[in-house]
Design a protein around this ligand. Structure first.
Ligand SMILES: NC(=O)c1ccc[n+]([C@@H]2O[C@H](COP(=O)([O-])OP(=O)(O)OC[C@H]3O[C@@H](n4cnc5c(N)ncnc54)[C@H](O)[C@@H]3O)[C@@H](O)[C@H]2O)c1
Ligand SMILES: O=C(O)C[C@H](O)C(=O)O
Length: 308
């Protein structure tokens, strides 16, 4: 199983590290436009192999896509991250051009690959890959909901005073500061609804902290986060590579599901060797439906800025 990651920056390198540590892929290729960076990070990571006990071969290439040929899964993390005070949507001007050209180069050498889009604004970048690549919709997956859900579980566990392993919860909707839809009504602590433990007000605080999870870290770090994003991408890669049939919220092209058309937005999907094997339609109440509709309007507004 060969995985290519374009963008050997913070998220790309973190993702490569988690994939290697989990030891399920034979090869990981890092590609970056900055001379030597991908080669250097690959070498540094390979020098962890004997210490961390993995056999995955990690190599790097400066803008040479011939090294990526025959990849089964390709991950796009190339592009600029936001700075404190910015929204993800403000990155569209630079990142759209990068994502479009990187996608074309990747598919030239790996026409059968499944594409995971990470660069922001992620839902719109996923839509751009759909509109420009001609790939079937099961083979284009946007990563956002897996990360947002991990942050939701972290905030729920904090509020509950419970271990994170006790908590289950999911965030759907757009991967933006205002567009996320945490499904609090469905969240549980070891099968018991979290509303049995937490007040309405505390749950609202958890939702708000979840939605601004990326902005909170950007303010602390001066750039956006990379450990949890890298871990989230590696979990999606593993689900596909190992045909796990796991359920994750991912940005998927919708054609009527959730009453939405012609946009990519976070919804629960089953991931296996064919990429998105099924979109799962959760029964939403009126409030959740209204939030999902607002979120979709926000994503569509950003999509309209693309020059297709
Ligand atoms: N979807 C998510 O949940 C999520 C999470 C975290 C970050 N992100 C996004 O991922 C992107 C990367 O974030 P980061 O923190 O790793 O940034 P970074 O600056 O650390 O790394 C980005 C890398 O992309 C490279 N690059 C730029 N143009 C390129 C091109 N044309 N070809 C190849 N490489 C190119 C840069 O040289 C750099 O090394 C950002 O857009 C960020 O907003 C998304
Ligand atoms: O917050 C960001 O800009 C990066 C990423 O989308 C995140 O949620 O960490």
């Amino acid at each position: 199983m060969k995985v290519t990651i374009v963008g050997a920056g913070a998220v790309g390198a973190s993702c490569a590290e988690y994939i290697a540590i989990k030891n399920f892929a034979s090869d990981v290729v890092l590609v970056d436009i900055k001379e030597g960076v991908a080669e250097g990070k690959a070498m540094d990571l390979m020098q962890c192999a004997s210490l961390n006990g993995f056999d995955t071969r990690i190599s790097g290439a400066t803008n040479d896509y011939s090294k990526t040929a025959g990849s089964h899964i390709v991950v796009i993390t190339s592009g600029i991250p936001r700075k404190p005070g910015m929204t993800r949507e403000e990155l569209i001007g630079i990142n759209a051009g990068i994502v479009k050209s990187v996608t074309a180069s990747l598919l030239e050498h790996s026409p059968e690959a499944i594409v995971i889009v990470v660069s922001n604004p992620m839902d719109t970048m996923t839509y751009l890959v759909h509109k420009t690549s001609g790939l079937p919709k099961n083979r284009i997956i946007g990563m956002g909901g897996a990360l947002d859900s991990a942050r939701f579980r972290y905030r729920l566990a904090e509020a509950l005073g419970a271990p994170i392993s006790d908590v289950d919860g999911m965030v759907i909707g757009g991967h933006s500061d205002t567009g996320m839809v945490p499904l609090t009504r469905h969240a549980t602590r070891n099968s018991v609804k979290v509303s049995e433990f937490l007040s309405e007000q505390r749950l609202q605080e958890v939702e708000e902290a979840t939605k601004v999870g990326g902005a909170t870290l950007t303010k602390l770090l001066g750039t956006s986060a990379w450990y949890a994003p890298g871990a989230a991408v590696s979990a999606l890669v593993q689900a596909i590579a190992c045909d796990q049939k796991k359920l994750f919220p991912c940005s998927a092209m919708l054609n009527g599901e959730y009453g939405l058309e012609d946009l990519c937005i976070g919804v629960p999907v089953i991931l296996g060797r064919n990429g998105i094997e099924r979109i799962v339609e959760v029964d939403l109440n009126a409030d959740e439906k209204a939030k999902m509709k607002d979120s979709a309007e926000g994503v569509s507004k950003t999509n309209a800025l693309l020059e297709l």
